[in-house]
Design a binder for this molecule. Structure first.
Ligand code: C2E
Ligand code: MG
Ligand code: MG
Length: 557
């Protein structure tokens, strides 16, 4: 009996322990002697009915019963497989024999096998099997609770190159790091699975609106954009993400996965490193471009932003007086992204403070170089966004740009819009006065499109009005636009402000404006926004010709 197995017990017909083998005592580790104690006391409460039933059956004549039971061992539960049979003792009493096998090892093995069947060995993430199970669970949950969710398919960009170029061990390491980063970005209640070589799928419960999707996928894309350090390699991969939303796009698992996958392919085709939300109308409005934002952070690190300069010229002599600084984003795959597309995003996430500070400082430094070529004073006009204007650090940024470049304050024009001033006029007044203390001039950009009251022209220290392109475009044909331009020019004259007409594209427009006393113009006619080196060439040219009269230009043609 001592050698027979892990557990060997003899019980009386009432279930009390009459004998326990040494091994049993060791395994169960009870301090009080086992003999005299009912066996069921050693089991977890849940398992007691099974024992009682088995006891009754074998005492009633069934040969034996086999069942699993959990012993309470020092606060833990240990599984045993027990086999119960009855016999008649020499004294003629009915007794029970219990032999059992410790299942701990087997349990661990089973768990390991189950884990292996449902998880990816490389990254330890759930695999497709478990993913499918989890999706069915969230669907069931969503039907009951109404909490919608989305499925995001995440594909690594450029992973094949890593695998082919640096070998599989490096590729594996990249996948492991990518998995860990993605997992860390998500909530505990989100599921992240690896479903293919370089593909992951996330289930995002409660993430169903555009803003929520944007937030989460933006983070996912951003986290894969920072470099991967493996061995001595610095590796860049990115991610393209496709999203399908339950129940908007599909209500079953297979279709949700297929649509998210299709959206991801589309993200890859249209530039990578972005997120595309599936939309039924592929030819309709563009998909929510929600990962330009993530790409912007990368772009800042990679130095993809640059400045173009558009000449602002004297309407009469056409001599360059200054330049407006216009930001450009040279995206590696999307090409030049126009500011109208990225400034609003930067404005929402605050990146504009960083970009704007850089633009201001770089433009001031650049102006110094322009002046060296032109051999005369010029000015630089820089757009200041509402958020920058509100930022308390802006004055420091301004001081830094002036001090660093060695520019005179009066060579700097800050372009703000009417809307920016009107958000908080009291605050605006104090900021503007501090700007003018530094001698910087204030221009109202897109004048005429923002605010209908002219009273602020009196209240704030403004020097320049930039007439919006909308009023210039149809000159001189449009009587209404002509009337507005004339009124603005009149107003400016009486308030002693200079005027820049924006978006002048034709000689007729220029002639009309000049005749009405408009001093400065800016537009494709006299120069498109251009890179700094081209602007310098233009300055050299205008130095030779000094005054380029329109008539002389005609002769040149
Ligand atoms: P804005 O300040 O009104 O700049 C003038 C815009 O008109 C520029 O567009 C310029 O390229 C365009 N333009 C100039 N002349 C002509 C013309 O003859 N015809 C036509 N069709 N367009 C002309 P861009 O460069 O796309 O900039 C758009 C806007 O983005 C700017 O409008 C400005 O509000 C904003 N932006 C650009 N750079 C910056 C920056 O560094 N900081 C901030 N906060 N905003 C910027
Ligand atoms: Mg401007
Ligand atoms: Mg403008």
């Amino acid at each position: 009996m001592e050698e027979a197995g892990d557990v060997v017990l003899r019980l009386g017909a009432d279930g009390q322990i009459l004998f326990a083998s040494q091994r049993t005592v060791e395994l169960i580790g009870s301090e009080s002697p086992l003999t005299g104690m009912p066996l069921e006391k050693l089991l977890t409460e849940d398992d007691r009915p099974a024992l009682q039933a088995a006891q009754a059956e074998v005492l009633g004549g069934v040969r034996n019963r086999q069942f699993e039971s959990r012993f309470k061992v020092q606060g833990k539960e240990v599984r045993f497989e027990l086999r119960l049979s009855s016999y008649t003792s020499q004294q003629g009493a009915k007794e029970l024999l219990v032999v059992g096998r410790d299942m701990t090892q087997q349990q661990a093995t089973e768990e390991h096998l189950r884990h292996m069947a449902t998880h990816d060995a490389l990254t330890e993430l759930p695999n497709r099997l478990l993913l499918s199970d989890r999706i069915r669970m969230v669907i069931a949950n969503a039907r009951r609770s109404g909490q919608n969710f989305s499925i995001a398919t995440i594909g690594l960009d450029g992973f094949k190159k890593v695998n082919d170029g640096l070998g599989h061990p490096v590729g594996d390491a990249v996948l492991r790091i990518a998995a860990a980063r993605l997992r860390k970005t998500l909530r505990d209640s989100d599921t992240l699975a690896r479903v293919g070589g370089d593909e992951f799928v996330a289930i995002l419960p409660g993430t169903a609106t555009e803003a929520q999707i944007k937030l989460v996928t933006g983070r996912l894309i951003a986290t894969l954009q920072s470099p991967f350090e493996v061995d001595s390699h610095t590796i860049y991969v990115g991610a393209s993400v496709g999203v399908a939303v339950y129940p908007q796009h599909a209500e079953d698992e297979a279709r949700l996965l297929a649509l998210a996958d299709a959206a991801m392919s589309r993200a890859k085709e249209t530039g990578k490193a972005r997120c595309v939300v599936y939309s039924q109308t592929q030819s309709g409005p563009p998909e929510h471009d929600i990962s330009l934002e993530a790409a912007m952070f990368q772009a800042v690190r990679e130095g993809e932003f640059l400045l173009f300069y558009q000449p602002i010229v004297d309407a009469h002599t056409r001599e360059i007086q200054g330049f407006e600084t216009l930001m450009r984003w040279k995206h590696p795959t999307l090409g030049m992204v126009p500011p109208a597309r990225f400034i609003p995003i930067a404005e929402t996430n605050g990146l504009i403070n960083l970009l704007g500070a850089w633009a201001l400082k770089a433009a001031c430094v650049q102006l110094k170089q322009f002046e060296e070529v032109a051999k005369r004073p010029l000015y630089i006009s820089v757009n200041i966004s509402p958020r920058q204007f509100r930022n308390d650090k802006f004055l420091d940024v301004l001081d830094d740009a002036i001090a660093f470049s060695g520019l005179l304050g009066e060579q700097l024009v800050l372009e703000i819009t009417e809307g920016t001033l009107m958000v908080d006029p009291v605050h605006a007044e104090s900021i503007l006065s501090k700007m003018t203390q530094r001698k910087a001039r204030i221009a109202i950009d897109d004048f005429g499109t923002g605010y209908s009251s002219l009273a602020y022209l009196k209240r704030f220290p403004i020097s320049v009005l930039k007439i919006d392109r909308a009023f210039i475009r149809d000159l001189p044909g449009s009587q209404k636009d002509a009337a507005i331009c004339n009124a603005v020019l009149d107003l400016a004259k009486h308030l002693d402000l200079s005027v820049v007409a924006e978006g002048v594209e034709t000689e007729e427009q220029l002639a009309y404006l000049e005749q009405r006393g408009c001093q400065y113009i800016q537009g494709y006619l006299t120069g498109k926004p251009m890179a700094a080196n081209i602007a310098m060439a233009a300055l050299r040219e205008s130095m030779h010709l000094k005054i380029v009269h329109p008539d002389l230009r005609q002769v040149g043609k």
